[in-house]
Design a protein around this ligand. Structure first.
Ligand SMILES: NC(=O)c1ccc[n+]([C@@H]2O[C@H](COP(=O)([O-])OP(=O)(O)OC[C@H]3O[C@@H](n4cnc5c(N)ncnc54)[C@H](O)[C@@H]3O)[C@@H](O)[C@H]2O)c1
Length: 439
């Protein structure tokens, strides 16, 4: 079992790098520090709070995931990142208005020490955003080289032995892969030629993978979801994952839809609308950025409900998703769902969900879990797309030819079985005949 090798495996500091130090990234950083100081609990984080059953139930072995696997300790995490805005993490937290001063004040001195590095940014990729903390460049290759240099310097400065990167930057305009995304050579040529289809998030992903740093994408933009960077990740032995943190409304959708389907209840329509007023909401007010989000949000029901196999139940389902920028709400988003379902003999029923959530409170533990699991995956020699991390994403990145899995219960099952195998244990099947003690 791996617990014996825990110290050796996770020795040294882990640098968690976030391109984008807005609401999500700063809520994550402040949360980790608050937990380290014993002021809060890491609610929502599987790596910190969840147990994992090993063997048959009767064996009574259910350690915490963090005691079973050699994950980095919170005390060994150091932070770094980039942002277009020059604010230190404390000021950015105050601006984001997610955490209250009673939670920020005791850790203010620490948060003030973390300042964003200058960003690789061009406004045409995030139209509703601007700021002074931006790198100068001739070619996109220069920009990528500067980011690689930043990674090396930050590791040295913080004394970290390893790093991971989680994109917490704004949602860029919608793009589908083009010619330059098809191979490593074409992509590197595109960097030299300032190819329009290479957006900043792709530069961060490229820089990370070149530096051997695992990369996760918390937004819906392409970033590392195209052949060139997937090939590079495999070639360099770097694990990657994406896209778009699964938090508010999509989290609810992927919890509810599998339940309706297991009971063979039909669905005629699912109307989802949101109001939110944070900077993310403002960026998504631009139709080109919203298009990126719409694509990741819209896909989830089809793969869960399989309308081709269940024509009587789901083939006419009308699915609509709306996001409305409404400044008074800040980060305290409200997501409404009206679900028109039907049952025995086709009789209609309605379900209304009104989720008054807090976006960054739901996203912050995901950043932590992804950072720790990707670091572990890297140390265990895993590379390329980590489908077992689909649990955390609205639009899970999968191998070519694989089908995305959106059902949160199947995602969770796969995640935990992968962890069991990573820790040298048998996967759990839930078939009693598979366990000796039941025979
Ligand atoms: N909060 C959630 O629940 C949630 C869920 C899913 C996805 N996301 C995505 O996570 C991302 C972050 O969300 P947020 O609420 O923190 O947004 P935010 O607007 O508060 O923060 C994003 C930050 O990224 C910075 N940025 C943009 N482009 C950059 C670049 N090229 N380099 C460096 N910095 C850059 C912006 O200046 C901003 O400070 C968004 O893309 C959002 O869509 C959030």
């Amino acid at each position: 079992m791996s617990t014996t090798s825990k110290a050796a495996n996770s020795d040294g500091k882990l640098l968690v790098l976030t391109p984008g130090m807005g609401a999500v990234a700063t809520t994550f950083i402040a949360g980790v520090e608050s937990v380290r100081k014993g002021l809060s609990k890491p609610i929502g984080s599987l790596t910190q709070m969840q147990t994992i059953r090993l063997g048959a139930r009767s064996e009574n072995r259910s350690p915490l995931i963090k005691d079973f696997l050699p994950l980095a300790d919170l005390d060994d995490i150091v932070f770094g990142g980039w942002d277009v805005k020059p604010d230190n993490v404390y000021d950015a937290c105050v601006h984001a208005q997610v955490l209250k001063s009673q939670d920020l004040d005791p850790i203010a001195d620490f948060l003030k020490t973390i300042k964003p590095m200058s960003a690789a940014f061009e406004q045409k990729y995030v139209k509703k955003l601007d700021g002074p903390n931006v790198k100068k460049f001739e070619t996109k290759k220069d920009l990528a080289d500067q980011l690689r240099e930043d990674i090396r310097k930050k590791k040295e400065e913080t004394g970290a032995t390893r790093a991971v990167m989680v994109w917490c930057g704004s949602t860029e305009v919608y793009q589908s892969p083009s010619e330059c995304h098809m191979s490593i050579e074409a992509f590197e040529k595109g960097l030299e030629n300032n190819d329009e289809s290479i957006a900043p998030s792709q530069l961060y992903a490229y820089a990370a993978i070149k530096e051997g740093v695992p990369y996760a994408n918390g937004a819906p933009n392409l970033s590392a979801d195209f052949p060139a960077l997937i090939q590079l990740a495999e070639k360099n032995g770097v694990p990657i994952a994406g896209k778009d943190f699964k938090t508010g409304q999509t989290l609810m959708k992927t919890i509810l839809a599998p339940g309706f389907k297991t009971r063979m209840l039909g669905i005629r329509g699912w109307f989802s609308t949101n109001i939110l007023g944070n900077r993310d909401g403002e960026v998504l007010d631009d139709p080109d950025s919203f298009k990126s989000k719409e694509v990741t949000k819209a896909g989830v029901l089809d793969t869960i409900l399989q309308p081709d196999s269940y024509k009587d139940l789901y083939k006419d389902l009308y699915h609509k998703v709306r996001i409305n920028y409404y400044p008074p709400r800040g980060d305290e988003k409200e997501g409404w769902d009206n679900i028109d379902i039907f049952g025995w003999l086709g009789y209609p029923m309605q379900i209304k969900v009104d989720f008054l959530c807090r976006d960054s409170i739901l996203a912050a533990p995901i950043v932590l879990d992804l950072a720790l699991f990707l670091d572990l995956a890297s140390r265990q020699g895993k590379s390329g797309i980590q489908e077992w991390l689909s649990f955390y994403f609205k639009s899970p990145q999968v191998e070519d030819g694989h089908v995305q899995e959106h059902d949160i219960f199947i995602q969770h099952f796969r995640l935990k079985n992968t962890l069991r195998v990573m820790g040298g244990e048998e996967p759990v099947t839930h078939l009693s005949e598979n366990y000796d003690s039941y025979k």
